[in-house]
Design a binder for this molecule. Structure first.
Ligand code: ZN
Length: 323
């Protein structure tokens, strides 16, 4: 998820009114509510629609707290008092699941609270490529966000400084969190936080629960493979980067969305549909996907962007077949 997209229509008033009317109270999505999903393990669904916030998680170790995702500065500031209210231990680490603003721009706020940011090594590379001119490149998304967002303007860019390649483990005998990189998906530096004892998986935006798949910085073919590795962990609860907590089927839905979307685009290219005309076929593709269990929730305003990215990827994979 990138930072300065407009409010998603599915998150507008009418959507929420219809949800409130249609669902029994227990199934209402709990934006901005803290949920203790296991002993000492918390989930907080961020307000994406109005503030662009990501979800957060946190895990209480014996002497410290580990937070999942840096969020935007305003998201960090919003959730910090909630963590302090729930957990007595100091916040020592924050895990950026990837480089995007809604997952990493809040790092400075966590540093002020006493925490050091952890991420996959490619998060730094992606930050150099996309996020900021502070590495000597052209100004990036951070510099734009300073203009667009008062919370970013009032904060500082702080990249993660504990970096891992494949895996990093925090284990104090009471809690264990494994940070894994399974390959490219939403970005080239996605990290998963896996709690083997509780079988809980925090996925960042490699898996979301709603129409939030931004595909511009990743690769959908590799995304499918990366999710296969995440599925192999055998999680019982999935905490996505955006949208509510779900069962393990969410990983299947997310993976199948890209499998089906790629297959539909490939079929049309094979039939001779020009890449430039793919957008005009989106109603037909959407209808096709809606017939498949679990996929409707992923169809949203970014659909046409997803189609163009997949066309681009297929052309790079099979230049002769996909002109
Ligand atoms: Zn995001």
């Amino acid at each position: 998820m990138v930072k300065y997209e407009p409010m998603h229509p599915l998150r507008g008033t009418f959507y929420w009114l219809s949800v409130l009317i249609a669902l029994p109270p227990l199934l209402i999505a709990e934006v901005n509510k803290t949920e203790e999903i296991a002993d000492g393990v918390y989930f907080h669904e961020g307000d994406l629609g109005r503030r662009g916030h990501s979800n957060n998680g946190w895990i209480e170790f014996k002497h410290y707290v580990v937070v999942i995702d840096g969020n935007f500065p305003s998201g960090a500031k919003y959730v910090l008092p909630k963590i302090k209210a729930a957990s007595e231990q100091p916040i020592r680490f924050v895990f950026d699941t990837h480089h995007h603003g809604d997952h990493a721009y809040g790092n400075y706020e966590w540093y002020v609270a006493g925490a050091t940011a952890i991420a996959h090594v490619n998060v730094i590379e992606e930050m150099k490529r996309y996020e900021t001119g502070q590495y000597g490149n052209a100004p990036g998304r951070w510099e734009q966000a300073v203009i667009d967002r008062p919370d970013v303007a009032a904060s500082e860019f702080l990249p993660p400084s504990i970096l891992f390649e494949d895996k990093l483990i925090l284990d104090d005998g009471t809690q264990r969190v494994e940070f894994h990189h399974f390959g490219t998906s939403h970005t080239h530096g996605d990290g998963f936080a896996w709690l083997p004892k509780q079988k809980i998986l925090f996925t960042g935006d490699a898996c979301v629960n709603g129409p939030y798949n931004y595909v511009g910085d990743g690769n959908t073919r590799e995304w499918i493979e990366t999710l296969e590795k995440a599925k192999a962990l055998g999680a019982r609860l999935i905490c996505p980067g955006h949208g509510p907590v779900a069962g393990p089927e969410l990983l299947d839905h997310q993976q199948n969305y890209f499998i089906q979307l790629r297959s539909e685009v490939k079929k049309l290219l094979t039939k001779g549909v020009a890449a430039a005309d793919m957008g005009s076929h989106s109603p037909v593709i959407k209808a096709q996907l809606r017939r498949i269990e679990g996929l409707n929730k992923y169809i949203g305003t970014w659909f046409d962007g997803q189609l163009s990215k997949i066309v681009e990827e297929l052309q790079a994979e099979e230049p002769a077949a996909a002109k």
